[in-house]
Design a protein around this ligand. Structure first.
Ligand SMILES: [Zn+2]
Ligand SMILES: [Zn+2]
Length: 357
């Protein structure tokens, strides 16, 4: 019997009597991070990282939440459990599970790129590694974050020069705060959609020095937005909420923006390739750093990654979970379907082999 198995409720550690990111209500849930496909409502008890406590409480109002510091070992029914930074969003954790000399790590979502809003991904040695694969195709390769944010700044300045507001769509949990912490906030005023600002509150309560922002809803009618940057969840795109900004340019910040066809279908003025998930080289380096002999690939482009790992001597297989790719959540109006629609269907130009490296 493997230490962790896939049940109808989600990933389950039987000897420890706990689930990891279960999608149906259970007694004890260890949560990797607060995105809705990983942190669902209705469990009796939650364990989250201490760094992610404010975010988790914001997303799971009224829940019974216990926290653990990164690296702190808990005994759960004789199973040793510890949380380690995943570098995905504030508080995101990999779950290390040790029992009878065997070590598993369930990584949740992760990235290896620098992010000023969370602790860096920590490679954890293990026998079996459970990895995501949201961007598990060799075509996905992120550039330097510094260069990307310089592009955002330049776009904002150029819009200002022609008295046009700059609206950028970013996932409300994680992406929006990473953007806010990384742009040049001296360029002009920054306004937010309520879904973004409530997460900003949780980040500030966690000690992160986000630049000053103000809710659009608090501003008077007829306010001048021509110098402003407005951060909104993707669901705000094409909504009447945008009318108040007058003349505006919009942009979408997502890993999917690397693909021309997706940019076209999103119909935004500008796409910034910014992801909180590992790109292809990031996945391979993270997996290799674990030293794991067995790898389970849970979501995204699982087949290409499984094939690559097998070709390189790793015992790899797909684990069909209910986790989705880029973060989506019902409360921000950003369903996982929205994040993925028009993306998975044709992620690369026809005729090319996406798995050829
Ligand atoms: Zn996910
Ligand atoms: Zn996530």
């Amino acid at each position: 019997m493997p230490l962790i198995t896939l049940t109808p409720d989600g990933l389950y550690c039987e000897p420890g009597a706990f689930h990891i990111d279960p999608w149906r209500p259970v007694a004890r849930a260890v949560i990797t991070h607060a995105h809705s496909d990983h942190a669902s409502l209705g469990h009796e008890h939650y364990l989250v990282s201490q760094a992610g406590e404010h975010v988790a409480r914001q997303r799971l109002p009224g829940a019974s939440i216990q926290t653990a510091r990164y690296g702190e070992t808990l005994d759960m029914n004789g199973v040793r459990v510890s949380l380690h930074p995943a570098g995905h969003v504030l508080g995101s954790a990999q779950v290390r599970v040790e029992h009878a000399g065997e070590v598993w790590v369930v990584s949740g979502d992760y990235k290896v790129q620098h992010d000023p809003t969370c602790d860096a991904f920590e490679p954890v040695r293990c026998d079996t590694f459970v990895t995501e694969s949201t961007f598990g195709l060799p075509i996905y390769r992120w550039g330097e974050p510094r260069d990307l944010f310089a592009e955002v700044d330049a776009w904002w300045r150029a819009n200002q020069a022609v008295k046009r507001a700059s609206v950028v769509y970013a996932y409300a949990l994680g992406k929006a705060q990473r953007l806010l912490m990384s742009i040049d906030a001296t360029i002009g005023p920054i306004y937010t959609h309520g879904a973004v600002e409530s997460l900003n509150d949780a980040y500030r309560a966690s000690g992160l020095a986000l630049p000053p922002t103000q809710r659009v809803a608090e501003l008077p009618k007829g306010h001048d937005y021509s110098r402003a940057l407005i951060v909104a969840p993707p669901s705000a795109q094409s909504s009447p909420w945008l009318r108040r900004f007058g003349d505006y340019a919009d942009a979408f910040a997502s890993g999917w923006m690397q693909i021309r066809g997706v940019r076209r279908r999103r119909a935004v003025d500008r796409g910034f390739t910014l992801s909180d998930h590992a790109d292809w080289p990031g996945l391979l380096s993270a997996i290799s750093a674990t030293g794991a002999q067995h790898v389970y690939v849970t979501h995204g482009y699982t087949d290409p990654l499984v094939r690559w790992l097998r070709e390189h001597g790793v015992d790899a297989q797909t684990l069909s979970t209910k986790f989705t790719g880029e973060e989506g959540s019902a409360d921000t109006g950003t369903s996982a379907d929205e994040a993925e629609s028009g993306v998975r269907s044709q992620p690369y130009e026809p005729g090319s082999d996406p798995t050829a490296s």
